[in-house]
Design a protein around this ligand. Structure first.
Ligand SMILES: [Zn+2]
Length: 590
């Protein structure tokens, strides 16, 4: 951390959140809270609330929330440090320069250097594209119908045929071999020294939400393998938490994003006027992407390739988006392969039409599911309806679930009541263990990992909201049971605050000075707990969550255990025994 905890807290305390937000949003008082129109999503009636007691804000519409620092980071796109400096100045607090810890300075130093190297590389590739050497690459791009404007907007470039050109340039600019390698732009060879990762490729700089270059994608011109090559993950480039085109899409203020598969799709769509298009970066959509999207929009139109792989990717994306609270629709590109080809052949107007005809993601997944059953036979249709009912049971909110039951009943010509009963029955059959079972059977580790993070998140949210739940959970779960970043830190701080007698989430957010971590931590305080109607259901769900978190914690510890550590092994055996006992416990909710 750059500044001491006390100092950050002082700045926060001296900037009342209602006063600060009032200078951006018109707020009026209702009961204990202040309300206004949310600056982070389009709305006509106010669902953005600010609490003076808690010194936190929260939007019931889009889920944005946090403390006074979070607000400035979101609204002004400040880094944490910039938000802190701004508010310190506003309140007349002096920030000493020498308060930085060495480690923080070193880490911040590395990130800054990597950003500087990437920025320089992007400029270099761009200059190459514009030079005589880049003629073929330039022709390649214009051949793919990209305008000069588009090339400039996306900062496209060219890595030439010499395999150490960029490295030599960066070294001449004073950067060390080590940093160039760490930036993912070159690797070292004992015989020949540094050589570039990208050569003879068209280059697509990848930018974060704040338009800083954090990596590159390179495409071969014509044939050659691999077709696309991406920068490796580095301290500034996390593929599962960045989306190509987001820096521009976030500014469009449209209520939805078009989510596509590749760089070229995003660029083609932006050029055709659809500036709300984004793509995941050479990986399938993750929960990290979904929560990133959720900060800007609540609806996504999947614009994936029309082949089988694209359909599968869309089917996989729908529940991930749903889990994050985003509704998904699917746009079909047939008879063309992808949005790029579609637009080239039929133009933007036809694409606009496809958007208006987009199919609901859940209904789309049922249509695909149908193909696995013999719908003409009564047995086949029954089996299909059972699976549909099981999936309907995964909608947390009753209204939403009923809306879907209605739609499915209508489409498949069964009565609403019959289907509703079947959904209830299937829910009992599969029970609360559904997410865990499903994870084991299908998508494997990633989905399971997402489920574990979600359990940790839900448990923390629950503890924050209810001190009596905290008191009970504390007996079984300690901060060490939260292996995720930043959950562990949040848990440690919460437990400290609990011991001191007062939970203060707004203060906890002070500790997260990295933008992504800060927002992830802020989201912890607003995770939606599944709406369960009866107290018994809530208590059962809470117990299940405790068990899941504990179980995951033991699994992690087992994985990390040194096989010669006999004491550690004994401890784990004890923990496993205790886990059995957890089945017997009783947690009560007021
Ligand atoms: Zn909002």
């Amino acid at each position: 951390m750059y500044y001491s905890e006390e100092l950050i807290e002082e700045v926060r305390m001296k900037n009342d959140i209602v006063d600060v937000i009032s200078s951006y949003v018109r707020l009026s008082k209702k009961g204990n809270s202040w309300f206004g129109l949310c600056p982070f999503h389009n709305e006509k009636s106010p669902s953005f609330s600010v609490s003076r007691d808690k010194q936190m804000y929260y939007c019931f519409g889009c889920g944005a929330g946090g403390n006074v620092f979070t607000f400035l980071m979101e609204y002004e796109h400040y880094t944490f440090t910039e938000a802190l400096q701004h508010l310190a100045q506003r309140a007349g607090v002096d920030l000493p320069k020498e308060d930085e810890s060495q480690e923080a300075r070193r880490r911040a130093g590395i990130r800054e250097t990597l950003l500087a190297i990437n920025k320089l590389a992007a400029k270099y590739y761009y200059a190459q594209l514009k030079s005589e050497k880049g003629k073929t690459a330039h022709e390649y791009l214009t051949g793919r119908k990209l305008s000069e404007d588009t090339i400039v907007h996306f900062g496209l470039g060219y890595a030439n045929k010499y395999s150490d050109d960029l490295s030599r340039y960066l070294k001449m600019k004073g950067y060390s071999d080590e940093m160039i390698i760490q930036a993912g732009l070159a690797s070292a060879d004992e015989k020949y020294g540094l050589h570039d990762k990208f050569w003879n490729r068209v280059m697509f700089p990848i930018m974060d939400a704040n338009s800083r270059v954090i990596g590159f994608g390179g495409r071969v011109m014509g044939e050659g393998k691999p077709k696309y090559l991406n920068s490796p993950e580095t301290p500034i480039f996390d593929k599962s938490r960045n989306l190509y085109g987001l820096n521009r899409a976030r500014q469009t203020r449209k209520p939805y994003f078009l989510l596509c598969e590749g760089y070229m799709d995003v660029i083609a769509l932006h050029q055709a006027g659809f500036t709300n298009a984004v793509a995941s970066l050479g990986t399938a959509l993750t929960a990290g992407h979904a929560s990133l999207i959720k900060r800007y929009v609540q609806e996504v139109y999947l614009t994936y390739d029309s082949d089988e792989a694209g359909t599968r990717a869309a089917l996989r994306a729908v529940p991930i988006l749903k889990d994050a609270g985003i509704s998904a629709k699917v746009i079909r590109m047939d008879p063309y392969k992808d949005p790029d080809e579609f637009i080239k052949n039929l133009g933007p107007k036809a694409f606009e039409e496809r958007i208006s005809k987009a199919r609901n993601g859940f209904m789309f997944s049922l249509e695909v599911l149908e193909k696995q059953f013999d719908m003409a036979s009564p047995e086949g249709k029954t089996e299909f309806m059972k699976e549909a009912a099981r999936r309907l049971g995964t909608f947390d909110e009753e209204i939403e679930r009923n809306n879907y039951i209605e739609a499915v009943a209508k489409t498949y010509k069964v009565s609403f009541e019959d289907l509703r009963k079947l959904v209830a029955k299937m829910a009992v059959v599969s029970g609360l263990a559904v997410p865990v079972k499903r994870a084991k059977k299908t998508e494997g580790n990633r989905e399971k990992e997402d489920g574990n993070l979600k359990s940790q998140k839900i448990l923390l949210t629950w503890m924050i909201e209810d001190m009596s739940v905290f008191a009970q959970v504390k007996k079984y779960i300690s901060p060490e049971d939260f292996p995720g970043v930043p959950y562990r830190k949040v848990a440690e701080l919460l437990y400290e605050q609990y011991e001191a007698g007062r939970l203060n989430p707004a203060q906890i957010l002070n500790y997260f000075t990295e933008e992504e971590e800060h927002k992830e931590a802020a989201s912890l305080f607003h995770t939606k707990i599944k709406e369960l109607s009866t107290k018994e259901e809530q208590e059962k769900a809470l117990k299940e969550t405790v068990i899941r978190v504990k179980n995951h914690s033991i699994e992690e510890a087992t994985r990390a255990l040194d096989p010669t550590d006999i004491k550690g092994l004994q401890r784990l055996m004890e923990a496993k025994k205790d886990l059995q006992k957890l089945q017997q416990i009783q947690i009560s909710i007021n």
